[in-house]
Design a protein around this ligand. Sequence first.
Ligand code: ADQ
Length: 459
Amino acid sequence: MSRLIVVSNRVAPIKGKTSAGGLAVAVLSALRESGGIWFGWSGEVVQTAAVEPTVVKVGRITYALADLTSDDHNEYYNGFANRTLWPLFHYRLDLTAFDRRCFDGYLRVNDRLARQLVPLVGEDDLIWVHDYHLIPFGEALARHGCRAPVGFFLHIPFPASEVLVALPYHQELLRTLFAYDLVGFQTDGDLRAFHDYVEREVGGSVDPDGTVRAFGRTTRAGTFPIGIDTDDFAALPAKAEVQRQIKRLKSSMGDRQLVIGVDRLDYTKGLVERLQAFEQMLETYPAMRGAVSLLQIAPPTRGEVPEYADIRRALEAVAGHINGRFAEFDWVPIRYLNKSFSRRALAGLFRGSRVGMVTPLRDGMNLVAKEYVAAQDPDDPGVLVLSQFSGAARQLDAALIVNPYDSVGVAESLHLALTMPIEERIERWAALMEGLRRDDVAAWRNTYLDALRRYSAAA
Ligand code: ADQ
């Protein structure tokens, strides 16, 4: 089997427990199986970046880590990736910064990283590049003489053309996607948006077999929805330490019910709207006051990007307002925690919660939705309330699907979830779980890599 080289902006911690999410789990198991390299940013910001990456070998996996200078970090990471592409691809034109200097920095860093990887690439290697930080990476690899097959997977949504074309350099960016042998998206909706852009904006064409032609170049594009390690996650709540934690959680709740939300603190996750819908539920159904709390876990991320400080302030204000309005001396409606938890701890919290609220305003997939379902007790499962704007909603249609902008509708669904009879909870959960077992992370990885091998052999 060919050796795999995975390229992503960040590389999972080399030592210690993997508290990592979907991408890291998928990548690690693939690399352990076939042996290979994981290449990415070391997380270090230095004065002068080294010419060669630092290479560390652990078992069959070689980690190759490159540093960034502070200009790189500002322009590539904080700038074009997180202040332009992230908001734009999540339909937040109002938060999108347009700065040619940052785009140039993004192209420069992609070029340098690709140049650093090329000497490590062997003849039979297969390269898999991940996410929006690295769209031009494949083209940069080719520029530096790399001839290995290269695929790309976009973890976030691909926006509608009307939104995408607001980016002044959309053509310059999008033509680089055509350097890949295969471009993968999370959902059919994303793929359709890509086809639409190609056909309507740049006069390209799409063949029925998935071949896409534009800019005088050809690539293949397809849908590969990412999954979780379902059986592994489902086994976590049985562990003794998780059992103890669930007991502690339940005794802190008494006979009250818990609704849980777990997200990075990000404006795409619909956190303010979620809290407002919870408030609406307490207003519309007074019997729920004192009977249910929302546990919202949201550790801060991307602290150097100003929009993230804004969302943090907004969330604190709305949580404070709701608690001030409804709390009693022995009950608070919202428990808001700003820290991160291990996978095990999260599994315990999911298991102890009657409802999982996953209500992003836009999300490529959303793995929390899948993890919540996998962690449930098959004999007494909780209910998932899921945004129609998450990629996961395309697969998890036995959840209660909601429009996160409609606080009255979300409040009704939340109430329905909290009062749902056990037979219906079991029926919905079993349907969801069947899909999660079939379309797990191994299926995602294998389907993608098989397609990449096939298309690159045919090219
Ligand atoms: P994210 O935006 O980070 O990922 P998501 O898929 O929900 O969103 O989460 C990724 C992982 O982080 C999950 O495994 C989750 O358990 C973990 N996580 C989230 N909040 C946490 C917390 N408070 N403490 C500990 N762990 C936490 C991007 C895209 C998504 C896409 C994924 C994978 O934005 O749409 O699903 O990549 O493709």
